[in-house]
Design a protein around this ligand. Structure first.
Ligand code: FE2
Length: 513
């Protein structure tokens, strides 16, 4: 269901599309009197049909622009109909090249149409292979994996990637394709138009007998498939015995999700794994309980799951995003949280961490802008690990920083009150960065007044409050604080704590003693 949520985002479908198609397809399977194994195959095909579709998305985006919009459009047409397909692809290219002068645009559309199949078929083949590999990693059996290799196959042989025909297209695939398209059509054009279209595609996209059976029972099967679906409804539909994952299988499933997220674009390959490795090591170094370490690692694997909701073209832009693009991009922790929230066991803990992976102690992060007290030790570690790893990876709008430069950037973010000093130092030392110069041996002689100011600030008072409590002017208090910085050192851990506290950016509980 987590994967289903993610692929709904990536294919531009409405909320719970895959879940709704699962309900409908299982009802249809019941009507058709399928045996348990066939029903199990239908169940998984409906939920997981698109799990391979994130592979090489950048190639699709380069050719056709916004791949999410393109997929949404493709789901509404008969892709066996060359004129509908051509019009849809031409529309995508036109959208992608908005602002191009008409003669050039016409040329580009012509070229794009001529190349469309050469571009798409290898990509779709790749999607099928990736889907099968992910299915293998999450422990699904051979027959279900084979079905995922028949992504857009259809009854008349005009499908992709292999052009299978008739009964060579597996029955669960035929059933799920019909049910998913029925949901899209009913949602877009109403139930009557959906029935007409299915009747028209009878013998083309759909096996005639299946189309007939579907239409004969549509009124009984469709109710309730147009709104949100409770996860318990889906769990109840799974034929017994239910597939259960032990901890090792969960680890592999989370890792498969990590790879699925990262394979979208060349510059994110291996990103989630690398963040997980750093975050795991740093969480251990800080002595977090084993269950928290595991949640941090699993959250690191899945932290960017919500990025699937944003077209690859946005992430690939070599320049600053527009405000609208930035808003959409900044919601990715929200979508990741939603995708993971329904999981049992560690799911809620993982979802909470994912939702906070871009939050900052001073409230300048996103998407909720929460502050230090609401950012757990695990979330701080994840945030620091993500920030360090991202800084040392190439992005289209900037080159990778060296490890040393990335470390300096993180330490500056600590001084600014954004990142947690302890989590950051733990991440940096796990990444092999030399520890910051220790100040343990430095002798710090404070005046009695400076000591008083420091004590009040360490107890959670801001500089202004300290001035009032000591009955001195704010300016005098500020002078004492400047002396404290000079004596303690701005770049030290204590200096960072002093900075965050005197400005009210953090609470004493945010810092180690
Ligand atoms: Fe992120």
């Amino acid at each position: 269901m987590t994967l289903a949520y993610a692929t709904d985002l990536a294919t531009g479908q409405s909320r719970d599309f895959a879940l709704r198609s699962c309900v409908l397809a299982m009802r249809f399977a019941e009507v058709l009197g399928l045996d348990t194994e066939a029903r199990r195959a239908v169940f998984h095909q409906a939920l997981l049909r698109y799990i391979g579709c994130n592979a090489d998305t950048h190639l699709l985006a380069t050719a056709f622009g916004d791949e999410i919009a393109l997929r949404r459009d493709l789901a509404r047409i008969d892709i066996g109909d060359k004129s509908q397909l051509g019009a849809t692809i031409a529309r995508a290219i036109t959208r992608n090249l908005e602002g191009t002068p008409p003669p050039e645009l016409a040329l580009a559309v012509e070229r794009g149409l001529a190349e469309a199949m050469n571009v798409s078929v290898p990509i779709l083949k790749g999607h099928c292979e990736v889907a099968q590999r992910i299915a293998e990693r999450i422990g699904l059996p051979d027959d279900i994996r084979a079905n995922l290799g028949q992504l857009y196959e259809r009854w008349d042989g005009n499908g992709l990637p292999r052009g299978l025909k008739g009964a060579d297209v597996s029955l669960p695939v035929r059933i799920v394709t019909l049910c998913q398209e029925a949901i899209v059509l009913a949602e877009e054009f109403g139930q009557a138009a959906m029935a007409e279209t299915i009747a028209r595609r009878r013998g083309g996209a759909y096996e005639p007998a299946l189309a007939d059976a579907f239409l004969a029972h549509a009124d009984a099967m469709l109710p309730g498939t147009d709104g949100a679906i409770d996860r318990t409804t889906i769990l109840a539909l799974e034929p017994a015995p239910h597939a259960l994952l032990d901890e090792a299988a969960c680890e592999e499933a989370y890792l498969a999700i990590a790879d699925m997220i990262d394979m979208r674009m060349p510059f994110t390959f291996g990103h989630s794994r690398a963040v997980a490795e750093l975050a795991d090591a740093a969480a251990r170094r800080l002595g977090l309980p084993a269950a928290d370490v595991r949640a941090v690692r699993w959250a690191a694997y899945t932290h960017d799951l919500g990025e699937l909701a944003v077209p690859v073209a946005t992430w690939m832009k070599p320049r600053a995003l527009t405000m609208r693009e930035a808003d959409a991009a900044r919601l990715h922790p929200y979508h990741g949280e939603r995708a993971l929230a329904g999981l049992n066991g560690d799911g809620p803990a993982v979802a909470a961490l994912v939702s906070r992976h871009h939050e900052r102690l001073d409230g300048t992060g996103y998407y909720r802008n929460v502050r230090a007290p609401e950012i757990s030790a695990g979330a701080r570690v994840l945030g620091a690990a993500e920030a360090f790893q991202t800084a040392r990876e190439d992005r289209p709008h900037r080159a990778a920083l060296s490890d040393a430069a990335a470390a300096a950037r993180l330490r500056a973010a600590v001084l600014d009150g954004c990142l947690c000093p302890d989590a950051t130092e733990a991440v940096l030392s796990c990444a092999g960065q030399p520890a910051r110069r220790s100040n343990a041996a430095r002798s710090v002689a404070l005046t009695p007044r400076e000591t008083e100011v420091l004590q009040l600030i360490a107890a959670g008072h801001t500089a202004k409050e300290a001035a009032r409590l000591l009955d001195i002017s704010p300016k005098t208090a500020d002078n004492h604080i400047q002396n404290l910085y000079a004596k303690i050192g701005v770049g030290t851990r204590a200096g960072a704590a002093l900075y965050a506290l005197e400005r009210g950016l953090a609470r004493p509980g945010n810092f180690a003693a």
